[in-house]
Ligand binder design. Structure first.
Ligand code: DP6
Length: 347
């Protein structure tokens, strides 16, 4: 017989960025981070995990229709072996359970957005993989417990096992057992929140984030300042802003932290550039929209690539989403890729 579980996981976009590891195998971060989970109707990974004694002996993984070499992905192997060990412990404690831990696994995963778009696909991807296998194995662990495993796939993936506003606490222990994600507030706490995702370039990232953050850790003096002295205060302040649904403070902290993160990239040696001319046009436009509105109605943030995510509240969707789409379209000077935008609720 074949055992099977299917699940989806959302994309999350950090407003306080994770950048830098103190342990590169366990993906233990140098600073806490906080993200907003986007609606799965817009962006998600769909994953089916199955296992059977009748499958050929090796575990397999298929991503968007292409078979992957699991053996060369230490991160995928780490997630699978952690999940299998938890299942094995259940089987050892209850001999009536089928011995699924002994069966080869088959994992099939697909995104509902273009992978080439450079969106945070590894976060949703590893979160969906961990959730699907945990469901297949009927594991009792909470999303917070499972975030420890998803983190080993990709750091940011630990924040995609929960909805709403999610904090990933650095933790202090060397084994990473206290480096976990937790929900700060559910999406229903601030239902007006929206995000527009603007893909300004469909090209592959210049420097992959894993490699980029290692260069920053090794060479940037600004990096230590951000991790030790800037982020802790921002984490506390943005959590307060979220609790109070204070968009002005939420927006300012979000924009400042995106800028500080990209400043540490520029301060790396050799310097790393993720934002391009269109990204900078988006920054100027957001500040212009806020100035003309006479209050803060929108905020930008950029990950390890040129694409912009702009947060705003539903009541301001016309002035924000309307203006952004009208002005920052494919006619913008410096445009070098496909235009792709989606409005997402927080989920
Ligand atoms: C800029 O989670 O992709 O998006 O742990 O090496 O897989 P690895 O890195 P990854 O880095 C994400 C970096 C970021 C900021 C963030 O999502 O917090």
């Amino acid at each position: 017989s074949v055992y099977r579980a299917t699940t989806t996981a959302p994309v999350n976009i950090a407003v306080i960025k994770y950048w830098g590891k103190r342990d590169t195998t366990l993906n233990l971060p140098t600073n806490s981070s906080l993200s907003v989970t986007l609606s799965q109707r817009s962006l998600r990974t769909l994953t089916t995990a199955s296992c059977s004694a009748e499958y050929p002996p090796a575990d397999t993984l298929n991503l968007n229709g292409s078979p992957q070499d699991i053996q060369s992905s230490k991160r995928t192997l780490a997630c699978i072996s952690n999940l299998r060990a938890l299942r094995k412990a259940l089987e050892d404690a209850d001999s009536s359970l089928p011995k699924l831990s002994a069966h080869p696994l088959r994992i099939v995963s697909e995104n509902n957005f273009p992978t080439a778009a450079g969106l945070a696909s590894s976060a949703a991807g590893f979160a969906a993989l961990v959730r699907a296998v945990a469901d297949l194995y009927e594991l009792p662990q909470s999303p917070k417990d499972l975030s420890r495993i998803a983190r080993q796939g990709s750091g940011s993936a630990c924040r995609s096992l929960m909805g709403g506003y999610v904090a990933w606490r650095t933790g202090e222990l060397a084994d990473g057992s206290d480096s976990l994600a937790e929900e700060v507030a559910p999406a229903s706490h601030w239902p007006e929140m929206r995000a527009i995702v603007l893909v300004v370039s469909a090209e592959k990232k210049d420097v992959p984030s894993t490699e980029g953050m290692q260069t920053t850790v090794a060479t940037s003096a600004l990096f230590a300042e951000r991790a030790q002295n800037v982020v802790p205060e921002r984490m506390a302040a943005i959590e307060t802003a979220i609790q109070n649904r204070n968009f002005h403070d939420f927006a300012e902290i979000t924009m400042r932290d995106s800028n500080t993160f990209h400043a540490t990239c520029l301060d790396s040696w050799p310097p790393i550039f993720y934002m391009n001319d269109v990204s900078r046009a988006a920054v100027r436009l957001v500040h212009d929209i806020n100035r003309v509105a006479g209050r803060t109605v929108c905020a930008y943030t950029f990950d390890a690539g040129p694409n912009a995510v702009i947060y705003y509240e539903d009541k301001d969707s016309e002035v924000v989403a309307g203006t952004v789409k009208a002005i920052l379209g494919p006619n913008t000077e410096g445009w070098d890729g496909a235009f792709y935008e989606r409005v997402a609720n927080v989920t």
